[in-house]
Design a protein around this ligand. Sequence first.
Ligand code: GLY
Ligand code: MN
Ligand code: MN
Length: 446
Amino acid sequence: MSAPFDPAPFRARRARVLKHMQQNGGGVALIATAPERMRNRETAYPYRFDSYFHYLTGFAEPQATLVLIADANPRSILFCREKNVERETWEGFHYGPEAAAAQFAFDEAHACTELAERLPALISGGQPLWCAFGHEDEATAFDALHAALIAVRQNARAGWCAPATLHDIRHLLDEMRLIKDEAERTLMRRAGVIARDAHIRAMRATRPGRYEYEIEAELLHAFRAAGATGPAYTNIVASGANACTLHYTANDRQMHAGELLLIDAGCELEGYASDITRTFPVSGRFSAAQRAVYELVLAMQQAAAAATRPGASFDAPHEAAVDTLIDGLRALKLLSGSREEIVETKSWQRFYMHRTGHWLGRDVHDVGAYRPHDKPRTLAVGMTLTIEPGCYIRAAADIDPAFHDIGIRIEDDALVTADGCQLYTADTPKTVAEIETLMQSAQATS
Ligand code: GLY
Ligand code: MN
Ligand code: MN
């Protein structure tokens, strides 16, 4: 059973937003959750709330909007679906305004059908408006806002005054979301543990002759059985040459002895993502060439992790990984020329064409500017990011056939700490010895 809901972290985040608004002219903020999306006729996709909305509320139902009022009496108001017992027969429990206000610690709550009616008066004092402009999930709120702005202007003679200042609230929310609070760190670690266990289950199930989708099924089973919502993104289960296709998701090929299997899979837990990649031999034992490239990618990850610390630039881990890669590719005779020539011509990009990480949080590629004020972001305690170097060697006439179709990525999730970073998913089997031991014991007992 999951722990009882604690509104405290959400209320604390709303208080921070209100304080920031008050320090910047006050005003009214409007943050809507995501719409329900139809999959096809009469069938909807599983519902996923908007990340900004859920960050501030913890409220997971659709058709909801948060309104924050930053005046002398700062308060938060939820608009949500009315309690409707008949509808619940079809759709399951929903709170209704009264219970939602009590459970989620809002100062007020009303039916979502009242938003359009109440909004004009709420924004009629000429105070600034705070919204997420151009965010697709805000469409419903913007319909109400558009009508409210017209209504305010039409009531000018009654003393109503339309807002003169518009703020994009994401500038604030993105900065807040970049530094994870304790509640977020706890959830992200738990999402990491579930993904770790799913990867172990997938490794144990892998053997020659099985199909990629059979292994994907093991991952999905592990996620749901542990209470996660499901995958945080479409999982990649890529064997042989498929591992060199970075966004491969067909997951429908039969796997053979002698090949590698790359699995990029993470789950979503209470709105937070994990994102782990492991690469291992289908038969349980690396070939000499596979092992050499694997050790190189592992060294890239170690170099990147060592460069991930407060005060370092967001680019530092990537630069450290690329430095290690260049030395390794020269040693393996996969690249020729001097180090300087390789750096100058960027010939290494033939084998490594993505960056070494991204912010991780509610969204697997989480919010937060990478180059605020046109300079790389400085890492700070509480930021969470992936460290995911790779090396992808497609078959080609100028490449030793022993290296053909070796696609390797090793990805862990990192929390920036006071003295560096903690790779909190690193206990997913990762060294050659750990992987070979686990897989051979699994294959011996099957
Ligand atoms: N799984 C998505 C990524 O690694 O960026
Ligand atoms: Mn990633
Ligand atoms: Mn990934």
